[in-house]
Design a protein around this ligand. Structure first.
Ligand code: SF4
Length: 510
């Protein structure tokens, strides 16, 4: 059985065409201060030279939005015509300025026309709900007019963790809430005859990201909409874990024929995201990233069901289980090129044993996650053993297997980290902070710890974390327990110690 292809319309961001049968486009985002023209231009160039086809910059206020003109001018002067995208939160006025300057504007339905979600019940009758949507339409109208006049594309970018109170009250912080939030904005743009739009639904949770994207595809299909889709996992973190979680989520959807652009969000230099995105795309769909035969979506097993997939060890051709005994489970071995379309229940309930032929560790971990993510997001296989005829062997393969199970939340065996990719709002060295937090907390198996660049979006987007280390101002950090900031404006050099003391105190009380 094979899945249905979702053929999208073609939209334009400057000279870049997105959607249809065009190759899946790769993009990234700067993390420099948008008021610092020279730094932004240099970073844009590094992203473009690495293969980025569209570059996003944060425009948190009017001044930043206005400075996009200087950045764009300098880039063009340097010979680069790559389209730029302004990233907007909370500030329609900044969006209206940016839309006159850059080729694309990203808005977040959770905070464009609504103030920051306070996560309080906001019960509305049907007529009050309709009136809210009318208010949003009026708020969007000037932006739509400007984008129409200037030929600017719009991304409707929903994030799990920054849904409006209106959506949270009716749907909760769910995949459905994300899809409804996106659909409401899509309908407004469409009814105004503005169709140069792309939509994204991102989460740090692979299951939510996959589910919400499938839902918006279904909703769009039912309503005759065909807007392109941008894919990404938010707060993916860094290093191997960041690559694996991104590949698991993005790879799953690309294999189903969903996705027209991709961003891998790593807490690393943005240009390092590009080769990872390129490898996910290449592995799933060749140079274009477009699969010829989409895989059918695998039905997800309920999360409440007990599910502990095993990780086997290859002992000279004998597969050993975690008790050290020869494995008695059914094993399904296959060449890694072949699994994409294997979806019958018999296969799904076995221990999957993909056989790679790969010498490069990073490429193997990306490919394995892109290939296997969809099976473990659906919580279906009985276990995993990765084989490889290339140079990567032994414990490295087991470690990749555990990382894939962790990334898909199929089996948690390590501390869970989420960290944002940073942007112009970040006021501290997040990469270094992530490294130090990881070093100090790697023994806390199962705990979810977030390291986020700013208090504007960080707390919402780290929802579900046990603790958070969030940049507050230059050299200052807020420490969160759950969603509550329990220590504010701590000097950065004291923050890690105070976070560890807090965790210790909490654990002593349990
Ligand atoms: S959490 Fe803040 S600093 Fe990090 S990427 Fe999001 S907006 Fe930028």
């Amino acid at each position: 059985m094979t899945g249905m292809s979702f053929r999208t319309r073609i939209i334009k961001a400057g000279s870049l065409e997105i959607g249809g049968t065009h190759p899946v486009r790769i993009q990234s985002m700067t993390n420099t201060d948008t008021l610092d023209t020279a730094s932004c231009v240099s970073q844009c160039i590094r992203i473009i030279e690495a293969g980025g086809e569209l570059v996003r910059l944060t425009a948190q206020g009017i001044r930043e939005a206005e400075n996009l003109a200087a950045i764009r001018r300098e880039l063009r002067r340097a010979g680069f015509d790559t389209p730029l995208c302004a990233d907007i939160h909370f500030n329609p006025a900044a969006a209206e300025v940016a839309a006159r300057i850059v080729e694309k504007v990203r808005i977040n339905p959770g905070n464009y026309a609504d103030k920051r979600a306070s996560f309080i019940q906001h019960d509305l009758t049907e007529s009050e709900y309709a009136a809210e949507l009318e208010r949003i339409r009026n708020r969007l109208q000037p932006l739509i007019n400007i984008c129409r006049e200037y030929g600017t594309a719009v991304r409707i970018g929903v994030n799990h963790g920054s849904l409006s109170d209106r959506i949270m009250t009716r749907y909760g912080n769910t995949s459905e809430g994300m899809a409804v939030s996106a659909a409401e904005f899509l309908r407004i743009f469409r009814s105004e005859g503005f169709n140069n739009i792309i939509v994204s639904l991102k989460s740090s949770d692979t299951r939510v990201m996959v589910e919400s994207n499938r839902m918006i595809v279904r909703m769009m299909s039912e309503e005759g909409m065909d807007y392109p889709i941008h894919l990404g996992i938010t707060e993916a973190g860094e290093g191997e874990d960041g690559r694996i979680i991104s590949a698991a989520g993005i790879g799953t959807l690309l294999a189903e024929g969903i996705g027209d652009t991709v961003r891998v969000s790593l807490s690393e230099a943005p240009e390092r995201e590009i080769p990872v995105a390129r490898e996910i795309i290449r592995f799933i769909g060749g140079p274009s990233g477009r699969v010829t035969i989409p895989s059918p979506p695998i039905t997800m097993a309920p999360v409440i069901e007990r599910y502990i997939p095993s990780v086997l060890t290859d002992n000279n051709g004998v597969y050993i289980d975690e008790k050290g005994e020869p494995c008695e489970q059914d094993i399904f071995s296959f060449s890694a090129d072949e699994l994409q379309y294997q979806d019958d229940d018999e296969v799904l309930s076995k221990v999957l044993n993909p056989v790679f032929n790969e010498d490069d560790h990073e490429r193997l971990s990306i490919d394995a996650a892109a290939l296997l993510g969809r099976f473990f997001i659906a919580r279906r296989p009985a276990g995993l053993i990765i084989s490889n005829r290339g140079k990567v062997r032994g414990e490295a393969l087991r470690s990749i297997a555990f990382a894939i199970l962790q990334a898909t939340e199929a089996r948690i065996t390590r501390t869970r980290y989420i960290s944002c990719p940073t942007c112009g709002r970040t006021k501290f060295n997040l990469e270094e902070a992530v490294r130090r937090v990881k070093e100090a907390t790697s023994h806390l198996t199962g705990m979810k710890i977030a390291v986020m660049g700013c208090v504007v979006n960080g707390p919402g987007e780290m929802a579900g974390s046990d603790y958070g280390y969030v940049g507050a101002a230059e050299g200052k950090v807020h420490i969160y327990r759950g969603t509550e900031a329990v220590m504010k404006n701590i000097p950065e050099n004291e923050a890690l110690t105070l976070l560890l003391e807090l965790i210790e105190r909490d654990q002593a009380k349990r």
